[in-house]
Write a protein that binds this ligand. Structure first.
Ligand SMILES: Nc1ncnc2c1ncn2[C@@H]1O[C@H](COP(=O)(O)OP(=O)(O)O)[C@@H](O)[C@H]1O
Ligand SMILES: [Mg+2]
Length: 391
């Protein structure tokens, strides 16, 4: 059987060159241990996107021989030194010795196939993406977190938006520096009952962000696995806007349960949001739903609803894409000022009669329901919900 596996693996092609792995002498180690296949190749010159193609090709080539969950693909690289060094700066890990070939699976985000790792102690992980920036993804993520927490859940957030990490500001913790425990786990920062970790804590606000994709994959891995998230019901990941390699490599190593895509109603944002939905589908990540943000503006003087960014676009998109619309959040100035001032909107009870407040509860219930679709009556928190009480 091993011989047969090796024969097939030798035919795997490097998408970058078209050459087979046999010709390029890429395979470093192929072994069967306790029914699990470990296959390790040299990935020098192979981009994260190409690496994913290779992983899929491997799964396909062996589909009748080894079960997907029993395939562990490791990569080695002679050039991951800079990746490790950069991590070292942020977390105190030891840099890898120069030019030494070694499995880079753990810290540099060089991934695995088939056995995505679960984050210890965390119930459900939800990735929150958007096709483009500025649609309100972070505003949405943080206020959804607070709403879920008011409904009795323990919630954490990973702010993975390297381009503009905004959670420290939204949660009023700009000057905080995370610490690590005696067990070398990073302790998440806590604010309004939400535990979170952000790139913002590790980069200077004025630094240009020139981190490379593979490294980002590695850092998000650390945010997932080296942070003490134990005890959470939900971990939300605020992804960087867009649908490129960075987003993909960020979520491919962990067992993520579902994705939410945030969009505004304009055509342009929607086009990008559709790409986002397609990206998650390609990753076999169930799309829990789409959220329309900045749906309309309700005039505080006359109560008239104005559809500033157009109307009905997201509804049409979800129909085309076959996903659910799980919420529509109006424009409200206090949603922005709350974020700017470090006191998130959903922590401010005086807004509890407003449309935005209700919209967040609507989404949070949809999320809760998605994961535990038992009849509402039997669910904890039902009465508090009916009575409009929090917690
Ligand atoms: N529904 C809304 N009403 C009013 N302001 C909003 C709303 N959603 C987002 N904003 C504001 O829009 C800006 C961009 O939102 P943000 O959450 O940072 O977007 P993203 O994370 O997608 O880049 C922020 O100033 C935020 O406060
Ligand atoms: Mg953001």
């Amino acid at each position: 059987m091993l011989e047969q596996i090796k024969e097939r693996l030798n035919q795997i092609k490097n998408p970058a060159t078209g050459g087979t792995f046999a010709v390029e002498k890429r395979w470093q180690h192929i072994a069967l241990e306790d029914g699990k296949l470990i296959a390790e190749y040299n990935r020098d010159g192979i981009s994260p996107a190409e690496k994913r193609t290779i992983e899929t090709d491997i799964q396909k080539a062996l589909s009748d021989l080894v079960e997907v969950n029993n395939i562990l693909v490791k990569t080695t690289s002679t050039r991951s030194q800079d990746v490790f060094k950069a991590l070292d700066k942020n977390t105190g890990d030891k840099p890898a010795p120069a030019a030494e070939t070694q499995p880079a699976q753990l810290k540099a985000g060089h991934g695995t196939v088939g056995n995505k790792k679960a984050v210890p102690g965390v119930g459900k992980i939800i990735a929150i993406g958007s096709g483009k920036g500025g649609v309100g993804k972070s505003t949405f993520t943080s206020n959804l977190a607070i709403t879920l927490s008011k409904m009795g859940h323990k919630v954490g957030i990973i702010d993975a938006d390297v381009y503009g990490p905004s959670l420290p500001m939204i949660f009023g913790k700009r000057d905080e520096k995370p610490r690590s425990s005696a067990e070398k786990k990073i302790i998440p920062v806590e604010s309004f009952g939400i535990k979170f970790m952000s790139f913002g804590f590790f980069i200077n606000e004025n630094d240009p962000v020139i981190w490379r994709g593979p490294m980002l994959g590695g850092v998000i891995n650390q945010f997932l696995f080296d942070v003490d998230w134990a005890g959470l019901d939900y971990l939300l990941i605020d992804l960087p806007p867009g649908t490129g390699d960075i987003q993909l490599s960020m979520i491919q190593n962990a067992h993520v349960d579902a994705a939410i895509v945030v969009s505004t109603p304009q055509d342009i944002a929607l086009l990008d949001a559709k790409k986002g939905v397609e990206m998650f589908k390609k990753l076999n990540l169930p799309v829990l739903g789409m959220v329309e943000n900045m749906t309309s503006f309700i005039c505080t003087n006359c109560g008239t609803e104005h559809h500033i960014f157009g109307e009905g676009g997201v509804a049409k998109a979800v129909e085309q894409l076959g996903v659910e619309m799980i919420g529509q959040i109006p424009l409200e100035m206090e949603l922005r000022t709350g974020s700017d001032n470090g006191v998130p909107y959903m922590t401010q009870e005086q807004f509890s009669d407003r449309p935005v407040w209700k919209a967040f509860y609507e989404v949070a219930h949809r999320v809760e329901n998605y994961f535990s679709p038992e009849p509402t009556q039997s669910k904890p928190g039902f009465f508090s919900r009916v009575l409009g009480l929090n917690k």
